[in-house]
Write a protein that binds this ligand. Structure first.
Ligand SMILES: *Cc1c(COP(=O)(O)O)cnc(C)c1O
Length: 361
């Protein structure tokens, strides 16, 4: 039986040489010039004033919370459709996560619910464009700034996603990225933050290096290693061609799907998706039945891989329980389809055929 992989395996034989060169230089730590080089390329690519490379996406979120000056007891609002990796750093920093609803048809926070659940302890809101499907970040940035709230984006799945023709990271105080091996830009493990604010960038950099070891400012070691930075620098060059291929695959898949119970998840007006995966909205009586049928056909879904639920339904987050009606419905009416550059035209035809042949009993 056919097995569709949900992981894009990059192999570039130049990287063996690039790594050898870095090894020969003898400079492997997170303060090597290779890091600065990589950060320069990141800020240029994403049109950000500053980039700080860090050891993971989770570290990026911790760095963002610290560098924005959030402190113990402050509340941070976020949508429960995100993965647990967005919430754990909030809790670890002594902050209190407050789950707010999404819109009915996007992963963006519901402004009305933020207003309803707001109190004087709330300092920041995090939006998480899952699978790279953008929300109207402009509207939300304006809302946050007029209410004296910080706006953070967790763009771990959204490298290259845009709003109004600009990268999502242009619309927030700090954007957090992961470069874990499953993400569009991979360094194996790793991450980075982007910001246009010099003081935030300096505070972030300092935090990743023990406060520059001056014994004044608090810090930990969240540096990215030099070998990973050289890989990141090299792979950044193929992000755009990857996005083109992902879009081609998605366009073909969309044109072949003829099943009235599914359609592509709505892309917010003025938004551009990066097609980290293709996201389907499902209108079956038993959506999970459809997802399991696709799995039996060798087509994997993130929904079952990660037991996708509004987070407050998981034991670790029960104490933050609340009601987010849109998020609850949204999480039960979607599934992901791999469209990375390793997926062939044959694969896409097979996937579409499986979707089209499905009849709910
Ligand atoms: C992958 C991911 C993270 C965590 O990144 P790591 O590099 O694995 O620590 C955080 N948030 C989202 C939305 C992610 O997809």
């Amino acid at each position: 039986m056919k097995r569709i992989s949900d992981k894009y395996q990059i192999f570039d034989k130049n990287e063996v040489e690039i790594l050898a060169e870095q090894l020969e230089s003898g400079k492997l730590s997170g303060t090597s010039v290779a890091i600065q080089d990589y950060e320069d390329d990141l800020s240029q690519f994403f049109d950000a004033k500053f980039a700080v490379a860090v050891s993971s996406g989770t570290a990026a979120i911790q760095v963002a919370l610290f560098s924005l000056g959030l402190s113990k007891g402050d509340k941070v609002m976020l949508t429960p459709t995100c993965p647990m990796m967005t919430v754990y750093p909030i809790i670890f920093a002594g902050l209190v996560p407050v789950f707010v609803d999404t819109e009915a048809d996007s992963f963006g926070f519901d402004i009305e619910d933020v207003v309803k659940k707001f109190d004087s302890k709330v300092r920041a809101v995090i939006d998480i464009p899952m699978w790279g499907y953008p929300m109207d970040v402009k509207k939300r940035q304006e809302f946050c700034h007029s209410h004296d709230l910080l706006y953070i984006l967790d763009l771990a799945q959204a490298h290259g996603s845009k709003f109004g023709g600009k990268y999502l990271s242009k619309y927030c105080d700090v954007a957090c990225f992961s470069t874990h091996d499953r993400k569009i830009l991979s360094t194996g493990e790793g991450g980075f933050i982007l910001t246009d604010d010099r003081q935030t960038a300096e505070s972030a950099k300092s935090f990743t290096q023990f406060g520059f070891m001056k014994g004044v400012d608090f810090g930990l070691n969240y540096k990215l290693g030099a070998l990973q930075a050289t890989i990141g620098k090299n792979r950044l060059k193929q992000v755009n061609s990857q996005l083109v291929k992902r879009k081609e695959n998605s366009d073909l898949l969309r044109s072949l799907i003829k099943n009235n119970s599914v359609s592509e998840f709505k892309i917010t007006e003025r938004g551009t998706a990066n097609y980290y995966t293709y996201l389907l909205s499902l209108r079956f009586k038993d959506n999970l039945g459809f997802i399991k049928y696709l799995e039996e056909k060798g087509i994997p879904s993130d929904i079952t891989r990660y037991s996708y639920l509004p987070l407050y339904e998981l034991p670790a987050f029960l104490e933050y329980g609340t009601v987010c009606a849109n998020a609850e419905l949204l999480s039960k009416t979607i599934t992901t389809i791999p469209v990375h550059p390793g997926i062939t035209v044959d694969d896409i035809q097979y996937i579409a055929e499986c979707i089209n042949l499905y009849e709910e009993r």
